[in-house]
Design a protein around this ligand. Structure first.
Ligand code: PMP
Length: 314
């Protein structure tokens, strides 16, 4: 039934579903030794009135997984519709009837000999899932610091790909922030401009406009980020600008918030000891939070196309 805080009965280990206690990764595998894996974090939301679990933007996550795989030369064992079906089947086998988190991982297996070269090790694929509620506070504004750890740059290890080994970078940053008493941190690029949170993208609200670091700022190009941009423009008629953001712009912003699959939409009340807005979750952030919550659970017809029903595949 899974381990630690992960409750899961069945896991997909390509090409079969197996019981979680039988799912194992070899100690000899390249992925375990060097972090040569790519993964996704996907949320599924239980809609009690419909008796349905909606997986949010599943094809987009699987497509990003495929593109992350291209960076490391890892191939997935199927196209997006096939992988979609594996994810839905995982939900059904585990009979999940609450909010869940799904984690597909593609990784380099055991190479014929010692070495870091990517091309010799075979590709493996698995998916697990488990119930998950709140990851960062949704209602309380977060206390955040700028990390002394720099965001990895594209020519060192691309942040654009969701690559296992690159998560040493946010792991160091987040641990440091939490040990210093903060809820989260914001990482800067090697040039000193704003990149993102440890595992979230970042938005500023300034004069009724949304501003977010552009895709060339060593960020993981988030699917929630994309969702917020579309919701802001199409449902709230807010202007959204993607550009370079200076550190001090954060201090003087009207509002700041994080967004991500895990974090959803989380308001920031303080950065480096400076109060943002009135120190609470700002009004625009609250509006976006409210809209996002409805959209992910499949209750707004207009955005239903983003929700894949796991129990009644379309
Ligand atoms: N940045 C990083 C480093 C992340 O790990 C995540 C979580 N996947 C995000 C941003 C947010 O991306 P998404 O909205 O696609 O979950």
């Amino acid at each position: 039934m899974g381990e630690g805080g992960f409750s899961c009965e069945y896991v997909y280990m390509a090409p079969d579903f197996v019981r979680a206690e039988e799912a194992a990764v070899s100690i000899w595998s390249h992925g375990f030794n060097y972090g040569t894996s790519v993964f996704e974090g996907i949320r599924g939301y239980w809609n009690a009135s419909e008796g349905e679990l909606y997986i949010f933007r599943l094809p987009e996550h699987l497509d990003r997984l495929r593109r992350s795989g291209r960076i490391l030369g890892i191939k997935l064992p199927g196209d997006v519709p096939e992988l979609t079906e594996f994810c839905c089947e995982l939900v059904r086998r585990n009979r999940f009837q609450e909010d869940v988190y799904l984690r597909p991982v593609a990784y380099k297996g055991v190479p014929p000999e010692l070495g870091v070269t990517l091309t010799h090790a075979p590709d493996h694929f698995l998916i697990y899932g488990f119930p998950l509620g709140e990851y960062l506070s949704r209602d309380r504004a977060l206390r955040v610091c700028i990390s002394s750890w720099q965001r990895i740059s594209d020519n060192a290890a691309p942040a654009r790909g969701k690559i296992g080994g690159t998560y040493v970078n946010p792991a160091l940053a987040k641990t440091d922030a939490v040990e210093r008493g903060f809820d989260e941190c914001i990482m800067l690029t090697a040039q000193g401009t704003v990149a993102e949170g440890s595992t979230e993208n970042l938005f500023l609200v300034q004069g009724g406009e949304l501003i977010t670091p552009s895709v060339t700022e060593d960020i993981l190009v988030g699917i929630t980020r994309d969702t917020i941009i579309e919701l802001a423009e199409s449902a709230m008629e807010l202007k959204v600008t993607e550009r370079i953001v200076d550190r001090s712009e954060l201090y003087v912003a009207d509002e700041c918030f994080f967004c991500g699959t895990g974090a959803e939409v989380s308001g920031i009340g303080e950065i480096d000891g400076r109060q943002i807005g009135d120190g609470g979750v700002g009004p625009v952030t609250r509006q976006i939070q409210g809209l996002y919550r409805k959209v992910v659970r499949g209750t707004l017809e207009k955005y239903r196309r983003w929700c894949t029903p796991a129990y009644k595949p379309t």
